[in-house]
Design a protein around this ligand. Sequence first.
Ligand SMILES: [Ca+2]
Ligand SMILES: [Ca+2]
Length: 162
Amino acid sequence: MLTRPPSPLLLLALSGVLAACTDTHPPPPALGNETEPNNSAAAANALSIGTPLSGKVAEQPRDVDFYKFSAAAGERLKLTVRSLSVDPQSTLDPYVQVLLPDGFTVLEKDDDSGAGLESELRFNVTQPGTYFVTVTSFRLHDDERAGDDRTTNTYQVALVRR
Ligand SMILES: [Ca+2]
Ligand SMILES: [Ca+2]
């Protein structure tokens, strides 16, 4: 049985298909990271609705990470802080709060309403303004004398409309 080499036109077409595949599927962009120091409302990092950020509860005995976002009246939002489900090495049991624009009054808080020990909460915005999110570990929240400084205390914080 005779076999013919593939025609140059077929090879050209195949290479075009391969190029199209690699060109149309770039790797997902790396997530932005928190920027320390961010341990107060005044030093909060900006968190955009729909754009997750990566952070760590680490590098100091009692780390807390503040984020801020602007919201309009009537927005219905969901906040998640994921640890193990996005990083199998994570040791963090997250604890999250949403603060009113005054920077200290707690609007909502959650320990483990997400997957496993992860945090998830839903809230509605009634007053437009700049709101704050704090992320820390449950260990630090639960015991004001505890320390929890592990480089593996990784998390991903995300705010989405629902
Ligand atoms: Ca941090
Ligand atoms: Ca911090």
